[in-house]
Design a protein around this ligand. Structure first.
Ligand code: IPE
Ligand code: IPE
Ligand code: MG
Length: 233
């Protein structure tokens, strides 16, 4: 792919990744799907680092959806093991550099030891000011919206966009400017349905484990050429 020049002033404030294609990456190599997930973790670390180095302020990544819970037991178990073994180590260096990490999703699904690792990441990084990394774990946008609606109902007062958004997992974060999906699928798969109202979307056929910084740069260059009109002329 040709290397396009990025204008740092036009970078997205918030980039979000639907990291798809791990299973196909492994299957193509006649490997069990979990090997694709393992490679996917490596890509995740590289791409978060690249985004932060470029100066992007918010990086969201869809790692495990509410629907992914319904995959075969052994695949879910392999994913849980990957989270267990990698979540802290994957983020440690970034935390040391001042990156704040948050998680979106219903974390009560996870075993206590995993929840403890997530808590550790969140508390150790809480003062980070360089960038925010927001990872979707057992995240589903419909689940998020229903949860927000129930919180609004409990408050019992009239809702506006600001109040509603304050009850989403992404409270305090700007909406994604750019959503990147790998593996050639043209759908959101229950990702940030409310927040994506005016997000630019770029789909690449590359499978997530093969995604790299040079393709990220090309995608950012493409994003910078987009004319974002927000309904205006
Ligand atoms: C994305 O890769 C990772 C998760 C959804 C957990 P997939 O596992 O969906 O890989 P494909 O789409 O089957 O290739
Ligand atoms: C979306 O990918 C979820 C994540 C990347 C975590 P899926 O592979 O689950 O989505 P579908 O099934 O292709 O829509
Ligand atoms: Mg998939």
């Amino acid at each position: 792919m040709k290397s396009d020049k990025i204008d740092k002033d036009r970078l997205p404030t918030h980039i979000a990744f639907i990291m798809d294609g791990n299973g196909r990456w492994a299957t193509k190599r006649l490997l069990p799907r979990k090997f694709g997930h393992r490679e996917g973790v490596k890509t995740m670390r590289k791409i978060i680092t690249a985004c932060v180095r470029l100066g992007i302020k918010v990086v969201s990544l869809f790692a495990f959806s509410t629907e992914n819970r319904n995959r075969p037991k052994d695949e879910v178990a392999a994913l849980m093991q990957l989270i267990r073994e990698n979540i802290y180590d994957m983020l440690k260096e970034l935390i040391d550099e001042g990156v704040k990490v948050v998680f979106m999703g219903d974390l009560s699904y996870f075993d206590a030891d995993i929840r403890a690792s997530l808590d550790k990441v969140v508390s150790e990084s809480a003062d980070g000011e360089k960038a925010v990394v927001n990872i979707g774990l057992n995240y589903g946008s419909r689940d998020e919206i229903i949860r927000a609606v129930n919180k609004c109902v409990q408050e019992g007062k009239e809702v506006n966009e600001e109040i509603f958004a304050s009850h989403l997992y992404t409270s305090g974060l700007p909406d994604p400017d750019l959503i990147v999906r790998t593996s050639g699928e043209y759908r959101l798969s229950n990702f940030m349905l409310y927040q994506a109202a005016y997000s630019e979307v770029i789909v690449t056929n590359t499978l997530w484990p093969d995604f790299n910084e040079s393709e990220l740069q090309s995608i950012l260059a493409e994003y910078e050429k987009r004319d974002r009109r927000f309904g205006k002329v």
